[in-house]
Design a protein around this ligand. Structure first.
Ligand code: PEP
Ligand code: MG
Length: 580
C-alpha cells in the first residue's frame, strides 16, 4: 500500500514500523480522608517538580544534539506547568472534594483542554498539543509510570506516529531510529525540521498512516519523493532496497568527490552550496562537500514561540553559522514569514491569499522594528565569517531600494554605537516573482547577486499554489515558461556583471542539472544530501554539451517534450544510474 505524503527529510529507508499510539492512561478515582489531604497535595506538587525536571532534561538533550541556538521548544510547556490556575484548581479539588490527585488534575486538565479551542490568543490555541503533552506527563508521574519505550528502542525502527511532539522526538534514541512517518505536519513542522537537522529520512502529512499500519509491519519510506509503502510486495521492497544500495554505493563513490570542484570536463566551474534552517546544520557542509551556505532560512526562529527572538539570540545563531562555516560563505536570508509559514507571535491577520499577501520582505518593510533587529544581528555576525544578506520575495525595484535603505540606516546606527560589522557585506535579492524576473535588469543595479527561488517562481509564474495537491500536476519546473524565466534572469544578471544562483528545490533535482548548467546558472544551493549526485553530473559533461542540450530543450514547446528529451540525453552522458 503506497501512501503519498510530503517529503520532509531526504533518504530512503526500509524496516519495521514502530507505531506510536499513546497508551490510554487509566485515571483512578477514589476519596481520601481529611488527614491525607496534605500528603496528597504534596504528592501532586512532587509530580509537578518531577515533570519540570524531565522537561529541563529533554531540553538539555535537544541542545546537545541540535546546538544551543536551537529554540527553547519547551518554553510553552514550562509556562503551562507553572500556570498558577492549574495548580490552584487542582489543589482546591483535592482539599474540598477529598479527591485523589490523579482524578483532581485530570478534571482540571479536561476543563482547560476544552477551552483551548475558544481561546482568542492564537499562540495559546496552537499550544493545545503542548498542553496535552504536559498533562500526560503530570499524570504519568503521579501514576508512577515510566516513559514510553522511545528512549530505549532496542531495534532499528521507523517511527510511525500521528504527530510527534518535540519532546517525543527529542527523547528518541536516535541511533535506532531509521526514519519518521507521520499523519500530519508540513515541511516546516518541528518533526520535519528536526529530521533534516539530524539527517534522518522523514515523510510527513501521510494523513491516516497510523490507522493503516501496526507495529512490526514492514515499511519503506522515501524522503525524496514523500512516499511511504506499507507491507510492500517483495518486488517493490527489492526495488527500493536496490535503489538504496545504489545510493549508498554512489555516496561512497561520491565521497571521493567531496573535495573535487563542481567543474565540467572542459573546466567550467559552478558552486554547489547548501540550504539550511538551523545553524547546527553548517556541520553538514563538510560531510557533503558543500562550498558554503547558499540559503540560510531564518523563519524557524520565529515559529512556535511566544516572544520575538531578540537581537542577541539571533546574533548568536548567525555568528555560530558564520564561524563554523568559515572560510566558506553563508548567505543569510531575512525573514520570509507569511505564505505557508506563520508565526503566531506576530499576530498577523488571516488572509484569503496568504501567498499573495503580507509576506516576506513586504512584512519586513512594514515592520522595520523586526527587520532592523534581524539586520543588526546579521551585520554584527558578519565579522565572524563570510556573510551575505539576501531579501526574499522582492517584487519591485522600489521594495529593494527600501530594504537597502533600512540596511544602510542600520549600518549607520551600528557605527554610531561603535559596533563592528563587515563593511563590504554582499547583498542579494531573491528572484521569485514574475515581476522581479522581468525587471531583473533593473534590480541587478542595486545588488551584488541574485538567487532564484524557484519554489515560489514556479508557483507565481504558473499560477499554481505550491502546496495544493490537487493542482500539483501543473507545478512544472521543466516547463518552457519556467526555463525562459530562468534564462532571462541569468542573462540580465550577467549583462550587469552579477552572479545568479538557484536555491529552490530544482537546484538538487538531477534531471535538471544539465539544463541549469547550460542556462549559465553560477551557483546551485540545495539540501546538502543532494550535492554529491549533482556534482557527479556536472563533472561528467562539457559546458558545450550542456549548452547544446539546453538550447534544444528551450526550442521544445511543451514540458512533456522537454522532460522526455532530458531523459533521452542521459545515455551519451554516461550518468551513473537512471534518474528518478
Ligand atoms: C524558493 O522559493 O525557491 C525558496 C528557496 O524559498 P522558500 O522555499 O523558503 O520560499
Ligand atoms: Mg521562496
Amino acid at each position: 500500500m503506497l501512501i503519498k505524503g510530503i517529503p520532509a527529510s531526504p533518504g530512503i529507508v526500509a524496516g519495521k514500523a514502530f507505531v506510536l499510539k499513546p497508551e490510554a492512561l487509566t485515571i483512578p478515582k477514589y476519596k481520601i480522608s481529611q488527614k491525607e489531604v496534605v500528603a496528597e497535595t504534596k504528592r501532586y506538587m512532587d509530580a509537578l517538580v518531577l515533570t519540570r525536571k524531565e522537561l529541563a532534561g529533554i531540553q538539555k538533550k535537544v541542545e546537545k544534539e541540535l546546538g544551543e541556538s536551537y529554540p527553547d521548544i519547551f518554553a510553552a510547556h514550562v509556562l503551562i506547568l507553572d500556570d498558577p490556575s492549574l495548580r490552584e484548581k487542582t489543589v482546591k479539588i483535592i482539599e474540598e472534594k477529598n479527591a485523589n490527585a490523579e482524578h483532581a488534575v485530570a478534571q482540571v486538565l479536561e476543563k482547560i483542554g476544552k477551552t483551548f479551542s475558544h481561546i482568542e490568543d492564537s499562540y495559546l490555541r496552537e499550544r493545545a498539543q503542548d498542553f496535552k503533552d504536559v498533562g500526560r506527563r503530570i499524570l504519568k508521574n503521579l501514576l508512577g509510570k515510566k516513559e514510553e519505550t522511545l528512549t530505549n528502542l532496542s531495534d532499528k525502527v521507523i517511527i510511525v506516529a500521528h504527530d510527534l511532539a518535540p519532546s517525543e522526538t527529542a527523547q528518541m534514541d536516535k541511533k535506532n531510529v531509521l526514519g519518521f512517518a507521520t499523519d500530519v505536519g508540513g515541511r516546516t513542522s518541528h518533526t520535519a525540521i528536526m529530521a533534516r537537522s539530524l539527517t534522518i529520512p522523514a515523510v510527513v502529512g501521510l494523513r491516516d498512516i497510523t490507522q493503516r499500519i501496526e507495529s512490526g509491519d514492514d515499511i519503506v519510506i522515501d524522503g525524496h519523493e514523500g512516499i511511504a509503502i506499507v507491507n510492500p510486495p517483495k518486488s517493490t521492497l527489492e526495488r527500493y532496497l536496490k535503489r538504496r544500495k545504489q545510493l549508498a554505493v554512489l555516496e561512497k563513490k561520491l565521497d571521493k568527490l567531496k573535495k573535487a570542484p563542481a567543474q565540467t570536463t572542459d573546466g567550467h566551474r559552478i558552486s554547489l552550496m547548501a540550504n539550511i534552517e538551523m545553524p547546527k546544520e553548517v556541520e553538514l557542509l563538510e560531510r557533503y562537500g558543500a562550498e558554503g551556505v547558499g540559503l540560510y532560512r531564518t523563519e524557524f526562529f520565529f515559529l512556535n514561540r511566544r516572544d520575538i527572538p531578540s537581537e542577541e539570540e539571533q546574533f548568536q545563531a548567525y555568528k555560530y553559522a558564520a564561524e563554523r562555516a568559515y572560510p566558506l560563505p553563508v548567505v543569510i536570508r531575512t525573514l520570509d514569514l507569511g505564505g505557508d509559514k506563520f508565526a503566531s507571535v506576530l499576530e498577523t491577520p488571516k488572509e484569503i491569499n496568504p501567498f499573495l499577501g503580507w509576506r516576506a520582505i513586504r512584512f519586513c518593510l512594514a515592520r522595520p522594528d523586526i527587520f532592523k533587529t534581524q539586520l543588526r544581528a546579521i551585520l554584527r555576525a558578519s565579522i565572524y565569517g563570510k556573510v551575505s544578506v539576501m531579501y526574499p520575495l522582492i517584487s519591485a525595484l522600489q521594495e529593494l531600494r527600501q530594504a537597502n535603505k533600512l540596511l544602510e540606516e542600520t549600518k549607520r546606527e551600528l557605527k554610531k554605537e561603535k559596533k563592528e560589522f563587515s563593511r563590504n557585506i554582499k547583498i542579494g535579492a531573491m528572484i521569485e516573482t514574475p515581476s522581479a524576473a522581468i525587471t531583473s535588469d533593473l534590480l541587478a543595479e542595486e545588488v551584488d547577486f541574485f538567487s532564484i527561488g524557484t519554489n515560489d517562481l514556479i508557483q507565481y509564474a504558473m499560477a499554481v499554489d505550491r502546496i495544493n495537491e490537487k493542482i500539483a500536476y501543473l507545478y512544472q519546473p521543466a516547463s518552457p515558461a519556467v526555463l525562459r524565466f530562468i534564462k532571462h534572469i541569468v542573462d540580465a544578471g550577467h549583462r550587469k556583471g552579477i552572479k545568479t544562483a538557484v536555491c529552490g528545490e530544482i537546484a538538487g533535482d538531477i534531471q535538471l542539472t544539465l539544463i541549469l548548467l547550460g542556462l549559465g546558472v553560477d551557483e546551485l544551493s540545495m539540501g546538502p544530501v543532494a550535492i554529491p549526485e549533482v556534482k557527479q553530473i556536472i563533472r561528467s559533461v562539457s559546458i558545450e554539451e550542456a549548452r547544446k542540450i539546453t538550447e534544444k530543450a528551450l526550442s521544445l514547446d511543451s514540458t512533456e517534450k522537454i522532460v522526455s528529451y532530458l531523459k533521452s540525453v542521459k545515455e551519451p552522458l554516461r550518468l551513473l544510474y537512471e534518474p528518478r
